[in-house]
Ligand binder design. Structure first.
Ligand code: ZN
Length: 411
């Protein structure tokens, strides 16, 4: 996706503000001797930024607008070390709501909808992002936040919620609970807007099958506004993203070189109009590709393919690089399996072992299914795992993100 002239001009404004504010990236640019770009070639010489850089700027080193213009901060939960603090101006907050409104509109959601929001409110960007966009749209918001499944279902029935916003894990948990309690006929849901974790086609199909709703995947990350920078359209062919707010390039995660449109690689994002904390060439570690063909829906916004995983998901087992998405794809090829699985890696008697747990219903011979899955995984990644098939519902469900890969080698 070539950079447009107006995007170059927007980036120059971002660079000017970063340098003027003496923010971490402004200093990095000055050190690299690049404070203005004219061409795509110039752009590609700009240094990348990384989550580690953002952590180093803790607490407020990213702040690029004057203090009196900052109205809010958000923070991404670091699993290690310091969190990242992102300051927002009033315009940033509004721009984010405009993008999120576009996401709802792309999904065909209107001001006649009632939107039940289950992601969390607080330091992270989830709940409040869904809320601001919905209010911008003029829809009725039911701001539940996470958990309390009984209350969620009661509100869903009594207030006739038409849209559910949730993580895929929580959408599945709610769907299975609604099915178990026999309440499907009493809910009015038509659509689900699902964010914040990668999920497989099978999990999607299961939620769709139980609730009978259309599902939309929302994309985004705290460092770049939050969820809402892109969403799939009803054609379900990738994610449209808002190229008047962000510029996306795809790079080879190892060499950092740009890859041609259509080729897979790491998503790198540059903000075009952000004030509180602009980011230039931010490495997301999310893996996808640009879909260069125009979409059948007619939208002029460019498209990314569904996120296929993260560069840091990669596991090294018996000297082989394995992505959990590869295992998920193999499992998705088996008719009898459910959506849930768990991968456990341990180190026993001097060698790595991979155990895969997957759910199936009682119509299948578990022992035979396990053998077939083990053989299919071997032909995909080169070594044989231990496969255990369990009854549907045996593996853990989560209100937030389901942990599917457990590496016990370093415990
Ligand atoms: Zn489309």
């Amino acid at each position: 996706m070539h950079i447009q002239e107006k995007q170059i001009q927007a980036i120059n404004t971002q660079i000017r503000n970063l340098v003027r504010a003496g923010s971490f990236y402004g200093k990095k640019l000055e050190a690299a001797g690049i404070t203005r770009i004219e061409t795509e070639e110039d752009f590609l010489k700009l240094p990348f930024s990384e989550k580690a850089d953002l952590r180093e700027a803790y607490p407020l080193g990213l702040m690029t607008a004057p203090e009196e213009e900052i109205v809010r901060i958000h923070s991404s939960s670091g699993t290690t070390g310091l969190p990242v603090i992102i300051p927002y101006t009033a315009k940033d907050v509004d721009d984010w709501a405009v993008m999120f409104k576009r996401c709802y509109e792309m999904a065909g959601i209107t001001n006649r909808d009632r939107i039940q929001i289950t992601p969390g409110y607080g330091l992270w960007t989830a709940g409040i992002g869904f809320q601001n966009g919905a209010e911008k749209l003029g829809a009725m918001v039911i701001p539940m936040g996470p958990g309390n499944t009984d209350k969620q279902i009661q509100m869903m029935i009594d207030l006739k919620s038409t849209v559910l916003c949730a993580t895929s894990s929580y959408a599945l948990l709610l769907a299975e609970e609604i099915e178990r309690r026999g309440l499907k006929d009493r809910i009015c849901l038509k659509k689900g807007v699902i964010g914040s974790e990668r999920w497989g086609a099978r999990m999607r199909a299961r939620i769709q099958e139980i609730l009978g709703i259309e599902l939309y995947d929302i994309y985004g990350l705290t460092e770049i506004y939050g969820p809402g920078i892109g969403i799939n359209c009803p054609q379900e062919t990738g994610i449209h993203y808002w190229d008047d707010y962000i510029y996306i390039e795809i790079i080879d995660p190892v060499t950092g070189a740009p890859v041609p449109d259509g080729e897979p690689g790491e998503i790198v994002i540059t903000t075009l109009v952000k004030e509180g904390a602009p980011l230039i060439r931010y490495r997301t570690h999310d893996l996808s590709r640009i879909l260069p063909e125009p979409c059948a829906c007619g939208s002029p916004y460019p498209r990314l393919d569904v996120i296929s995983g993260r560069t840091d998901d990669m596991l090294k087992i018996k000297g082989v690089n394995v992505f959990p998405a590869q295992i998920e794809e193999v499992l998705a090829g088996f008719e009898g399996l459910g959506s849930e699985y768990q991968i456990r890696i341990s180190h026993l008697d001097g060698k790595d072992t991979m155990r895969i747990y997957a759910e199936a219903d009682g119509h299948y011979e578990f022992r035979v299914l396990a053998q077939d899955v083990a053989a299919a995984v071997k032909s995909r990644i080169g070594f044989t795992p231990v496969v255990n098939i369990v009854e549907i519902g045996m593996l853990p469900r989560s209100e937030k993100k389901t942990k599917r890969v457990i590496d016990e080698r370093y415990d």
